[in-house]
Write a protein that binds this ligand. Structure first.
Ligand code: SF4
Length: 353
């Protein structure tokens, strides 16, 4: 099933006009200091944004970072729901998103009023919700999860407790298979991970028989059955670094390959293709809306700001805090020292994913 989305969802904000003579990178550095700002970036951001960030990570890493930072300004280079999480967890801080139009197909496929109706129709179910959703949907949820911690958290729920899972049906189905739990699934999709082509991956595997496939659980089951490793972005990154294989086929948003090449310049990473045999069609159009120029303007003008209505924030913070409490503790770090270029590394209790 392919979902139809409003084409307006894919329209970025216009690129800002930068006055001549401005060195955007130097200005970002200056503003980072003068604004007491921290720049957080997701692995799916463009390489130049990853390279200028104080911290690069997956959704869980970034949530933890947003909750713990003492910076006054958080410049969130990711998509809107991630910046909202930063605002929910750090309400006194100014949170800016370089392009306020940077949404997510999973967020768009789960309108809050429809989700609230779904919940009311299943009052005995615990609502476990993937972090890729709006603040308003989080406010209607019992526990938020990321792909790093979802299985660990679901395994803590008593076996007789019915669960509904939203909004990613592929991640939900994967978790149901992993945990042996039946779950009611919301039918949302990530348009990026849905596009990988089973036929093209089979062709790649034939061409590179020693190359393992690492896939994100937002992919459909037909792709995951071809994978040698399934995990969150941090987990895929770690697998790519640690596997003895010299060539790895990567079935997630291809910008993560930037970090893989930094960690293991001796290895070859191949982005899994879509149906046209090209991996570029799997780039996230929402993550791509951010640019260095928009980041500069966001730090300069302190907008676009992300705001969450206080009544929504107060309800949304509870399932997020439950997530942080129920996440794995003392697991091996996402060892970003091996990733090298980060200004700061993930905390020691970062999950395995
Ligand atoms: S990759 Fe998929 S889940 Fe992630 S932001 Fe893009 S559309 Fe949303």
């Amino acid at each position: 099933m392919t979902m139809a989305f409003d084409p307006k969802l894919f329209e970025p904000s216009p690129e800002p006009e930068i006055p001549p003579g401005i060195d955007v990178e130097a200005e970002i550095e200056r503003l980072r200091r003068t604004r007491n700002a921290v720049i957080l970036a997701h692995y799916y951001q463009a390489p130049e944004i990853q390279d200028i960030a104080d911290f690069v990570g997956d959704s869980l890493d970034l949530s933890r970072k947003a909750a713990a930072t003492d910076a006054e300004v958080i410049a969130f280079c990711g998509v809107r729901f991630m910046a909202e999480v930063a605002k929910i967890l750090s309400p006194d801080k100014t949170v800016v998103l370089p392009d306020a139009r940077a949404g997510c197909s999973l967020e768009a496929s789960c309108p809050p009023d429809e989700f609230a109706r779904f919940r009311r129709a299943h009052p005995d179910h615990l609502a476990i919700t993937y972090i890729n959703c709006s603040a308003a949907v989080k406010a209607e949820s019992d526990i938020i999860v990321t792909s790093s911690n979802a299985e660990h958290i679901i395994r803590q729920i008593p076996a007789d407790q019915p669960i509904l899972f939203a909004p990613d049906r592929h991640l939900g189905a994967y978790l149901a298979r992993r945990t042996g739990r039946e779950m009611l699934l919301w039918p949302g999709v990530c348009i990026v991970h849905e596009r990988f082509s089973e036929r093209e991956i089979v062709k790649l595997k034939a061409k590179y028989p020693d190359a393992p496939v690492a896939a994100h659980p937002e992919c459909p089951e037909s792709i995951l059955t071809l994978a040698d490793h399934v995990g969150s972005t941090s987990s895929i990154l770690r697998f790519a670094a640690e596997t003895p294989a010299k060539t790895i086929i990567v079935a997630t948003e291809p910008h993560i390959i930037h970090q893989m090449r930094k960690v293991r310049p001796d290895k070859t990473f191949i982005g899994a293709p879509g149906a046209d045999g090209n991996c570029n069609c799997n780039m996230c159009p929402f993550m791509a809306m951010n640019s260095m120029e928009k980041l500069y303007v966001a730090l300069r003008d302190l907008k676009p700001r992300i705001e969450v209505p206080e009544d929504v924030r107060v309800r949304a913070v509870q399932p997020l805090e439950r997530m942080l409490e129920m996440s794995p503790k003392g697991a091996p770090a996402t060892d970003l020292s091996m990733i090298g270029e980060h200004r700061e590394t993930v905390s020691a209790d970062s999950p395995v994913g």
